[in-house]
Design a protein around this ligand. Sequence first.
Ligand code: ZN
Length: 180
Amino acid sequence: MSILPIYLYGCEVLRKKARRISEVSDKDIQLIQNMFETMRENGVGLAANQVGVLKQILVVDISDRENGENTKPMVVINPEILSEEDEWEMEEGCLSIPGIRELVSRPEKILLKYNDVNMKEHEIEADGLLARVLQHEIDHLNGVMFVDHLSATKRTLLKSKLRKISKGDVEAKYPVKAKE
Ligand code: ZN
């Protein structure tokens, strides 16, 4: 297993839509293992775009977070949000945007359809932190980043910080890759 560099805000791959996949290849399995390894120390979720791969694959592990103890790590392939309920604010961060954390408003509860690593289809209800992380990562697969949810004013205030990040001028505890 290896730790993959995280593509930083500004990289094109983070603004592209990932493709649905119809089967999980050995290469995909390796990618998924590496994604878990890459996320382990530093995050609770990771989308394939963030490691430069445009496939609809994301991983989530909130088991070391408060109220997440009973939630097993998940591999989510081809996710589709079928319905959403209620709205709440929570502070979010992103491995691709190191050093910035902001309150983001999102639905509190979602009904999610996805394939697992064996391509078996599931439909689950998720709420709280799990729903939050899933929505953040599904956004990534659609080329959307959490700062897109902020008000125009807030974004203006973050502009210079974001520019620095896009140039690779960051302090991160993990390997990163800035746009070329
Ligand atoms: Zn993110």
